[in-house]
Design a protein around this ligand. Structure first.
Ligand code: GFB
Length: 316
């Protein structure tokens, strides 16, 4: 199975599960360059939590390849306060899609995880083999457990049934199509909205959750989609693959950068009643670099793009 590359997407029927989400829509944009047929289905027409419905849809549509980007996602607050949804939704969606792919002879499947699968105290930068070497970050362990199960399902189906299923773990994503709702969003879209509103309401300061000290590595979603399509074509093996930029920034540093992007001149006010989450999450990306892929979008350019997409969205 590990020699099944390069895998051409040309003329293939490719299902992007989760095509309305930030990552799924970026994968669709990326696939438009590949001369393949993109398949998608809205949630009103297919409930991904219903195993029979998923199997029937896959049997009828017969995709050759699948990008599994459908998930219940959210920032630190949503993860921390809705553990059952993050665990149940993600487990059932990935189990249904992976199993339906197997029984319908899908040639290749890409499962999308997250850097929060690694132990909270993993040594930095975190390489792929840090998985399952220590306890998880408590604010997102439910989501992380579901994503670890997804990686293990791909590995198990590869081992037992010889399925060509692979997994990729991008670091914190942001970009066009993000969720800008302050309760459920990740930090980048939250800060874009907060600074934008503070500028327009001439507020003297903006509240930033936590101490501002945690370090994060932000990946623009178009870089992520380019890595996912690259791996789909050029990688076929059991271990998952990290996707990052190699650059990290503190939350305070991010807040300064976003305030400049938005053009807000007031102060930052750190509210330590909110959790910091993981102290640091930098990925070791030697593996994907050696395969021949690297990120191209700088944080500054990516934030400009994300702010523009916020202004154009109906979420302003
Ligand atoms: O992006 P975020 O929610 O996710 O938060 P995580 C990153 C950091 O930004 C945390 C701080 O230290 C937050 O406390 N922060 C500051 C804010 N102000 C804000 C704000 O207004 N909104 C938000 N959301 N954060 C998530 C995981 O962790 O990362 C998920 O919960 C997933 O499972 C995702 O893996 C990529 O990086 O802390």
């Amino acid at each position: 199975m590990s020699n099944n590359i390069p895998y051409s997407l040309r003329d293939k029927r490719v299902w992007v599960a989760g095509h309305r989400g930030m990552v799924g829509s970026a994968i669709c944009r990326q696939l438009e360059k590949e001369n393949c047929e993109i398949l998608s289905v809205d949630r009103q027409h297919l409930n991904l939590r219903n195993q029979q419905a998923v199997s029937d849809w896959v049997a009828a549509q017969k995709p050759d390849a699948v990008f599994l980007a459908a998930a219940t996602v959210g920032g630190i607050y949503a993860n921390d306060t809705r553990p059952a949804e993050f665990l149940y939704d993600n487990l059932i969606i990935e189990a249904n899609i992976i199993h339906a792919a197997k029984i319908n002879d899908v040639e290749k499947l890409m499962f999308l995880g997250s850097a929060c699968i690694y132990p909270r105290e993993a040594s930095q930068p975190m390489s792929e083999d840090a998985l399952l070497t220590g306890p998880l970050e408590p604010t997102n362990e439910w989501y992380a457990i579901a994503k670890i199960a997804g990686i293990k399902m791909c590995q198990a189906y590869r081992k037992q049934y010889d399925c060509d299923y692979i997994s990729a773990m991008p670091n914190n994503l942001y970009g066009p199509g993000d969720n800008f709702d302050l309760e459920t969003s990740h930090v980048v879209p939250a800060l874009i909205r907060k600074f934008h509103e503070a500028k327009h309401e001439a507020k003297p300061n903006v509240e930033i959750w936590g101490t501002g000290n945690p370090l994060r590595e932000f990946v623009h979603v178009d870089d992520c989609a380019s890595a996912l399509v690259f791996l789909m074509k050029n990688y076929s093996d059991e271990p998952h693959v990290n996707i990052g930029t190699g650059e990290e920034i503190s939350i305070a540093g991010l807040a300064e950068t976003v305030s400049k992007t938005v053009g807000y001149n007031g102060d930052l006010r750190f509210n330590t009643d909110y959790p910091d989450g993981a102290p640091r999450k930098l990925l070791d990306c030697q593996k994907i670099l050696q395969l021949g892929w690297r990120a191209e979008i700088s944080l500054e350019n990516g934030l400009e793009d994300a702010y523009e997409s916020f202004l154009e969205s109906n979420q302003v």
